[in-house]
Design a protein around this ligand. Structure first.
Ligand code: 13P
Ligand code: SF4
Length: 349
């Protein structure tokens, strides 16, 4: 029998989906684009910098990261890469928690981001003050937080996890008889709880992108493409996960397009991932899972508004000016390092 899940008193946090429209960045074309790309590459060398980009960022940035010895990955491997690469400056294209994680792990390095305004609804939905209070009320529980949180929240946690390692860590803690607090993503928390049977108290925030996938429309799409495998990131609602052939981190989903024999895939995660999926499985058909915005005006889409704020223009700007450096207060960093390092050590086992 699965363990009981208590729902704490914090409300579900909803964010206006119109923010997604505001996140779009300008794109350069033709000769101008080539010029800016070359400038970025030159600056990376001059600044002894390496570009680390998440799969959800613009394909332009992913391409440059690949062409310059940088790295494109999920949030777990972004953390690992920054930690091992010798460059003295890390340029993190992604959202704020990714830059902060890089700084937590690499205090001696300069960490820059194309924008410091790229948030994450999970991070925003878990304010540190409320979270600390919640943990204090349930002080008998081990505190496990998703990497999509602020440095302050990580500092209060016993463990940090990403979607790539959450199941393993929670299973390990459950086997040791530990009860847990899980924050902030309620859907990922529910999925992990269901898969492990662990006793988890779930915080109630959600992702503005994955929370938008719609099960009825997805069922119809699956009916139209019966040969397609359905790939779902576990930040999606439980009803959407129930239709999945593969559930996993962004890396896991990319690998599935290569490993599975299917010629078609319905993908329920941010569509920035298609750049890497096309590389992994050339010739295969990738279909976006439907969101609330399907058939309507621009209400929602499968693209993170904050990831979309990273572009060539602001990447070049930070390299030229040194603007947008990430700082984490040292007392917070030391505590956040403790819970984050635990994850990296566990991943190595
Ligand atoms: P991954 O760790 O799977 O890359 O997920 C990060 C994220 O923000 C998903 O929305
Ligand atoms: Fe956060 Fe969702 Fe954007 Fe990922 S896709 S960074 S979870 S808002």
């Amino acid at each position: 029998m699965g363990a009981k899940v208590d729902i704490p008193f914090f409300p579900v946090v909803n964010f206006p989906v119109t923010a997604q429209v505001e996140g779009c960045v300008p794109h350069y074309l033709g000769e101008r684009r080539e010029f800016v790309r070359e400038q970025v590459k030159r600056q990376l060398i001059e600044q002894d910098a390496v570009l680390v980009a998440h799969y959800y960022t613009d394909s332009e940035l992913q391409e440059i990261a690949e062409e310059t010895g940088g790295f494109v990955s999920d949030s777990l491997d972004m953390a690992r890469f920054g930690n091992t690469h010798p460059a003295s400056t890390l340029v993190v294209a992604g959202v704020r928690f990714m830059g902060e994680t890089a700084k937590i792990l690499n205090p001696e390095k300069r960490v820059l981001m194309p924008t410091l305004e790229a948030e994450c609804s999970l991070d925003l939905g878990c304010p540190a003050e409320d979270f600390v209070c919640f943990c204090d009320i349930h002080s008998d529980r081990t505190v496990v937080v998703y990497a999509n949180t602020s440095a302050e929240v990580k500092a209060r946690a016993d463990w940090v996890v990403t979607s790539g390692i959450a199941l393993k860590v929670v299973r390990y803690l459950h086997d040791r008889g530990e009860k847990m607090i899980w924050a902030p993503d309620r859907h990922l928390g529910r999925y992990v709880q269901k898969m492990t049977g662990a006793d988890m108290l779930l915080w109630q925030a959600e992702c503005v992108v994955h929370g938008e996938f719609r099960v009825r429309a997805l069922e119809r799409l699956v009916g139209q493409h019966p040969q397609a495998a359905v790939l779902v990131h576990p930040e999606s609602p439980e009803s959407v996960i129930a239709l999945a052939d593969v559930v996993g981190s962004t890396t896991r989903l990319i690998n599935a397009t290569r490993e599975l024999p299917n010629k078609e895939f319905i993908v329920a995660t941010d569509n920035g991932i298609f750049y890497k999926m096309r590389q992994a499985a050339p010739g295969k058909k990738l279909i976006e899972a439907p969101t609330f915005g399907e058939g309507a005006t621009c209400q929602s889409c499968a693209h993170c508004p904050w990831m979309a704020m990273n572009g060539l223009h602001n990447l070049l700007h930070v390299l030229e000016t040194g603007d947008n450096e990430v700082y984490v207060k040292e007392s917070v960093r030391v505590e956040a390092l403790r819970s984050t390092q635990k994850m990296l050590d566990f991943a190595r086992q």
